[in-house]
Write a protein that binds this ligand. Structure first.
Ligand code: HEM
Length: 494
């Protein structure tokens, strides 16, 4: 009894000292487990509309409120940029990426930059930073080699094809080359059977992880399902094999002193080469690599194919892109040149505002902490957050907030960027790559690649047409968000 009185007294003191007020609550019908919200969002996910539904709640209950959704304790939903900024900067040490990325994901993902916190996360981040921060990561020459194969696979007779699927294969090849130093060649006519097996196993591993993440108290039921383990074991074996090949290649280079750069051939940047300087242990290399391959796998592919999804529905914007690209002439498409293309950049920014691969970012409080806003009926007072509280940061709702983006917040309108709104101005209101200390380390590389691809498409094709009878974007959530109907288009060669 004395213990509980002491806790109550401490809480009251904190509330008074910081002016905290309680958060608004979502009116769960089931106040114990929030089964109602689980069913609602399950149905919406099946319909491909869960982001729309979460946004509706944000508009109805305000940017920060608590709810239950197959959880014993209430958790926080927020699209407040002040709260998101605090979690990612000033209060960074109070929050962990667990349990979603840890307790549940570890068997598949193991420990690395994506799943770790604290000192081991810092070490993992320090390990990859040098590779990502070098301008050369936007190694567009090497990207072009894969792009050639990608362009060959696009029908030139105006027939319909799914660009999303093709883009995934393009980025699978480029990212595997960047990570291992050798592409897994999914775009080649004779794609190795092993590559298909790997892609299938990786997709199933993601699905298995996703199902476990939403299962709440029913997680133990998955104990009897061996299929997930089988799938991620295949992924691990594939990774191990590629790591061993990369290590062997590296060993030979070191032994023979053979250096292509010295012979005037510029080498592409290879992440694994950076990592083997730190360790040559296959198990820990695999853990680090899988933690990068996972967020790299589809994100940039979806960013590009989503841009084409919108361009196929906005032919005027496509024409503006073509007009800008025609000014380039025969100049080499360098990182610098790409960075200065206003229309292309605006298209990428706007696509990543409306369609983000990670619509919601989650964390768990490692200790009692305070969020700057969200308390009280007006949600402007600080909010006390007890240790263990789970928070979901709704980036999709933030990116579609009419108070920030205006009455046309739901419209694809790249002009809003071209006409002066800079990324810097929208700092904590525009977060496709997250923000602050844990922000995506690959942002410059991903942006350069996606913009480069758009430019190359505009050079190669004079028109893009939507060939899907469903006009709106129906989302498919499998850890990352994509278009359920793919991106069915046809292209007219220039
Ligand atoms: C358009 C493409 C991409 C988008 C929109 C994107 C977005 C994100 C987001 C939202 C996060 C989570 C930040 C957080 O938890 O606060 C993240 C983390 C991460 N991303 Fe990306 N990403 C993209 C491409 C890539 C690529 C191509 C790679 C690797 C080659 C990559 C590697 C990572 C890594 C390693 C992390 C974990 C960082 C950490 O926890 O310290 N991403 N990304």
């Amino acid at each position: 009894m004395a213990y509980y009185l002491q806790i109550a007294a401490t809480l009251i003191a904190i509330y008074i000292q910081h002016g905290c007020k309680p958060a608004k609550r979502y009116p769960n019908w089931d106040p114990f487990l929030g089964l109602d919200a689980f069913v609602l969002f399950g149905i919406k996910a099946i319909q491909g509309k869960s982001s729309i539904e979460y946004r509706k709640l944000q508009l109805k209950y305000g940017p920060t409120f608590t709810m239950k959704r197959l959880t014993k304790a209430s958790f926080i939903q927020t699209s407040s940029s002040k709260n998101i900024q605090a979690v990612n900067t000033t209060k960074f040490d109070d929050w962990s990426v667990g349990p979603s990325r840890q307790d549940i994901a570890i068997p598949f993902m193991e420990n690395g930059i994506f799943t770790d916190d604290g000192e081991s996360w810092k070490r993992a981040r320090a390990l990859v930073r040098p590779t990502f921060t070098r301008a050369e990561v936007a190694d567009l020459e090497h990207f072009e080699k894969h792009l050639g194969r990608f362009l060959e696979l696009i029908p030139k007779d105006g027939s319909m094809f799914d660009l999303q699927d093709l883009s995934r294969r393009l980025f699978l090849d480029t990212s595997s080359e960047f990570i291992f130093g050798q592409s897994i060649q999914s775009l080649l006519p004779q794609t190795p059977a092993e590559t298909f097996e790997f892609m299938k196993a990786f997709d199933y591993s993601l699905l298995g992880l996703g199902l476990r993440l939403v299962s709440g108290p029913f997680l133990p039921l998955f104990f009897f399902d061996p299929t997930w383990k089988r799938a991620y074991t295949k992924v691990h074996r594939f990774m191990d094999k590629n790591i061993k090949i990369a290590l062997e290649r590296r060993r030979k280079i070191v032994e023979t002193g053979e250096d292509t750069e010295a012979q005037g051939v510029r080498k592409p940047y290879i992440l694994l080469n950076q990592m083997v300087l730190d360790t040559q242990d296959v198990f820990s290399l695999r853990a680090q690599i899988i933690n990068i391959f996972f967020p790299a796998r589809d994100t940039a592919a979806y960013a590009f194919s989503n841009a084409m999804f919108e361009l196929a529905r906005h032919p005027k914007v496509w024409d503006e892109l073509r007009a800008e690209v025609s000014q380039i002439g025969d100049s080499k498409l360098t990182f610098e040149l790409i960075k200065n293309l206003k229309v292309a950049k605006a298209i990428v920014n706007e696509t990543l505002r409306l369609h983000i691969p990670a619509t919601r970012l989650s964390r768990t409080a490692l200790r009692d902490t305070i969020l700057p806003v969200g308390g009280g009926p007006d949600q402007l007072s600080p909010l006390f957050v007890p240790k263990g509280t789970y928070i979901e940061m709704d980036i999709n709702a933030l990116h579609r907030d009419p108070k920030i983006w205006g009455g046309d917040a739901l419209e694809f309108n790249p002009l809003r960027w071209a006409k002066g709104r800079t990324l810097w101005e929208a700092r904590w209101e525009y977060l496709p790559f997250g923000g602050g200390i844990r922000m995506c380390p690959a942002q410059p590389m991903a942006l350069a690649q996606v913009t480069y691809l758009l430019v190359r498409m505009a050079q190669e094709f004079k028109a893009v047409e939507n060939r899907d009878h469903v006009s709106e974007y129906v989302e498919e959530i499998k850890m990352t968000v994509s278009s359920r109907n793919g991106v069915k288009i046809s292209l007219v060669p220039a």
